[in-house]
Design a binder for this molecule. Structure first.
Ligand SMILES: [Zn+2]
Length: 92
């Protein structure tokens, strides 16, 4: 069975005092959109690893998030903000 893609939500996590959180049973995660782009990348990887490998320790997950984020960043992977009108409208 193919793993389902987790639901991702950007939300200001002030009260939670964290940068992101994973809800393993619900297969979803949240991250704080105020973080820098590389930190967002790291948090997205970190929380996704929690969902895929709930048995991994926080230390292992943390290490994985940091290393994967740095590798992707070093290869120029970046966030691109797409404008609502980025795609030309379909004219029928
Ligand atoms: Zn964690």
């Amino acid at each position: 069975m193919a793993p389902r893609t987790p639901k991702v939500k950007a939300r200001k996590l002030g009260r939670e005092k964290c940068w992101g959180q994973a809800f393993v049973g619900e297969n979803r995660l949240e991250y704080d959109p105020r973080l820098s782009a590389i930190r967002q990348l790291e948090v997205l990887i970190h929380e996704t690893v929690h969902l895929v490998h709930p048995e991994m320790s926080e230390k292992e997950v943390d290490r994985t998030g940091k290393v994967v984020a740095r590798v992707l960043w070093s290869q120029d992977y970046r966030r691109v903000l797409l404008d609502k009108n980025a795609k030309p409208p379909r004219i029928s």
